[in-house]
Design a protein around this ligand. Structure first.
Ligand SMILES: NC(=O)c1ccc[n+]([C@@H]2O[C@H](COP(=O)([O-])OP(=O)(O)OC[C@H]3O[C@@H](n4cnc5c(N)ncnc54)[C@H](OP(=O)(O)O)[C@@H]3O)[C@@H](O)[C@H]2O)c1
Ligand code: SF4
Length: 308
């Protein structure tokens, strides 16, 4: 497998201070037959080495002296996505906490070593492009991904991969709802707390084991199992589970899926929640297409994507 990797993790001297940060796990990946594709998004964005350290402040990235370097950071993030697509890298191992490469936790912009939740510019762009992103500190999760995921995802996406707005789906097609029920009944379904709230009465789906993600300790709906993090969910969920949304859950759990059933709507709807574009996402292939069908003038298809 081709794996994108932060160049500094290979010991290459590309960090802001001109150094590298050799990660011993890289050698194990090459020994296992993987091909590592080094990328330094900050250099690709045109920044010099060495360069002033920068941290993310809201949606901007600034140096300690207050210079706004957002533009080269985002240019570098786009270049990292282009490289992942060009060389078909389904996953990336990125340097933890960096304003470009950090995932989940980054420095908070105070230059005091304080951490806050969030993604670096390149990590966010790669995740949105459907690349499974891990930091070098997530060895077990990376190993599990490389062994292969077995869950399936099912989603209704519009012509621009929009999947919802204001908590609602783009539209509901009776035939698609029937198909969803037929595919998922008898299996476990994995969903976020906000998607559960969109179901009739906010109740779990009948005939299925409902596994819900929520960080709220007081949230305990009748007829469902609640998990406070992905690690405990992964330990409990069976291999034949379906990931059924919403946006944040698809993004986090796509790395553990080997198949995505997409009901592809023939036009764009207003959307604030987007599914990764699987036609452009590295490592995914359109395996099957059924349709077109039509519902009240709206054309749609059933597309099945599988990991290459
Ligand atoms: N088109 C489709 O097929 C489809 C399918 C499903 C949903 N949708 C749409 O997607 C949108 C909802 O997506 P969303 O991203 O806003 O919400 P969501 O993914 O359904 O739920 C988000 C919530 O899940 C919990 N959560 C997420 N990650 C977690 C983690 N790692 N650990 C613990 N809890 C975690 C949190 O709950 P707490 O806040 O309780 O901590 C979080 O607020 C809606 O518009 C919906 O209609 C579309
Ligand atoms: S941008 Fe990423 S690869 Fe480049 S030095 Fe920073 S953490 Fe390393």
């Amino acid at each position: 497998m081709n794996i994108l990797i932060s160049a500094c993790l290979l010991g290459l001297p590309c960090r802001y201070d001109g150094g590298g940060k050799l990660w011993p796990g890289a050698a194990a990946l090459t020994a296992a037959g993987h091909h590592l594709v080094p990328v330094c998004p900050e250099q690709l964005g045109g920044l010099p080495t060495p360069r002033p350290p920068a941290e993310r402040v809201g949606d901007r990235i600034c140096t300690r002296e207050g210079a706004d370097v957002t533009e080269p950071y985002f240019r570098g993030a786009e270049a990292a996505v282009a490289l992942a697509r060009l060389l078909d890298c389904p996953c990336a191992v990125l340097k933890a906490r960096s304003p470009s490469c950090g995932k989940g936790v980054i420095y908070d912009g105070s230059f005091t070593g304080t951490l806050t939740s969030g993604d670096g510019a390149a990590a966010a762009a790669l995740k949105a492009a459907g690349v499974a992103v891990f930091t070098e500190e997530e060895g077990p999760a990376l190993d599990a991904f490389l062994r292969g995921g077995h869950w399936k995802a099912i989603v209704a996406a519009d012509a621009q991969w929009g999947i919802g707005k204001g908590g609602e789906q783009p539209c509901y097609i009776p035939a698609d709802l029937k198909r969803f029920k037929a595919l998922t009944t008898g299996h476990a379904v994995i969903l976020g707390r906000k998607t559960l709230a969109t179901f009739p009465g906010g109740r779990p789906l009948p005939g299925r084991r409902n596994l819900i993600l929520s960080r709220d300790p007081s949230f305990s709906p009748v007829g469902a199992e609640v998990f406070r993090d992905v690690a405990s969910l992964r330990a409990a969920a069976p291999e034949d589970a379906f990931v059924i949304g919403g946006g944040s859950v698809y993004e986090q759990l796509l790395p553990w899926c080997d198949t995505v059933y997409v009901t592809r709507l023939g036009r764009a709807f207003p959307a604030d929640t987007i599914f990764p574009d699987l036609d452009a996402a590295p490592g995914w292939r359109l395996a099957e297409q059924k349709g077109p069908y039509e519902h009240q003038g709206l054309p749609f298809r059933y597309d099945t994507y599988r990991r290459a």
